[in-house]
Design a protein around this ligand. Sequence first.
Ligand code: PMP
Length: 465
Amino acid sequence: EMPPCDVKPLPHDGPDFDRAMAVRKANLPPGILTFYREPVYINQGYMQYLWDTAGKRYIDLFAGIVTVSVGHCHPKVVAAAEKQLHKLWHTTNIYLHPKIHEYAEHLVSKMPGNLKVVYITNSGSEANDLAILMARMYTGVYDCISLRNGYHGASPYLMGVTALSTWRYNSPTGFGFQNAMNPDPYRGPWGGKHCRDSPAQPGRACDCAEGECQACDMYVDQLEDVMRYSMPKGRVGAFIAEVIQGVGGAVQLPDGYLKKAYEKIRAHGGVCISDEVQTGFGRLGSHYWGFESQDVMPDIVTMAKGMGNGYPMGAVVTTPEIAATLSSALHFNTFGGNPVACAVGSAVLDVIDEEKTQALSANIGTYFIEELQKLRSEFEVVGDVRGKGLMIGVELVKDKESRTPLAAEEVTSIWEDTKNMGVLIGKGGLFGNCLRIKPPMCISKEDVDYSIAAMRIALQKHAGK
Ligand code: PMP
């Protein structure tokens, strides 16, 4: 039984969907990401739940791609947006409005160190575009490095930064960007045994002496090779990475890697960008920002997704020194810093504090991972369970020994079955075999229990039990 919920499904107020559905489904524009065999038409959302046009309720374990951080239509966030909508919807940054300052100050109060200057954008892609531009202007060096399994956005410029082949098209990619070996503890060439220091991974703990992880050193040497062999005079403009690779399937960089990587990049003249689009705003539970969990201090931080709880906004936060380079040029963004976005963003920051969202993410995340580990010991196809807080990945494989990715059709049937039982999960990774669990951080223990039960049934059916 799904946990009870007082909210009642509302009728959809558009055209008659049910009648028009068949036609629409058959005529979806090409390129639309229809995850499920039958597209799910979402009509309504409240906190961790969604309802489709037929009134069926789902537990939302994907949060609109890790975006609805504090809950769908969270009443406090709705109230903040509504209040601002009545006052002022839009002005450009030719003029200013009080909310932009309030929000920037509020956000900076959550940032450590000298990260004090905020540029507001409308998405994660825009934030990363701008961050790389700033790094290039600041260092005067064009060549940059990202990791092979990273995802940083979809603009033509960012397609070189996003190294995952899944997201590359027939246009020139990689211009000015080199991709370094991915320090993947599960699939990397040196990563299988080392560097996993999580109590939630019994038997998989790192066996290197503390601070002397050999696999980390090998990956960092490879990163340095990229600079030595491929960058003019061995100089680099920027290095960008996610602490846990989201689209790449919740791949956790081994502890210690980023610290060593940042040192090397800085030794070659580059600046370090932490892409916190998925890992920010308390999602990892243990820390407000992902980079804090690795004890590193980036020069530039980019964010989006959870920042607006689904309202489209992103940001670049950097140091006054780096920001000064950009102020010598003219940078313009019509919608960035929109008053409604700023009001929403501030309300989200308040809710995270008031509702102790970060602690919720830590507690429920730990519980969720423990329960998923039980599925791992029960089923041969559950190859790896990883993540931190409510940023969790489950990698499905043919068998634990070979780690061969489970065939796409098999992944899809497990995933369709959980959907039919009312649980929406994300999917990703290079082989499309990673289940991505990143719900709104208000999810309850009962929701986790229901979701695990649904996954267990789907896995039993797959195993023919
Ligand atoms: N960086 C990361 C880590 C992301 O996951 C994404 C989106 N999946 C982006 C950047 C790009 O953000 P957007 O889709 O808002 O442009």
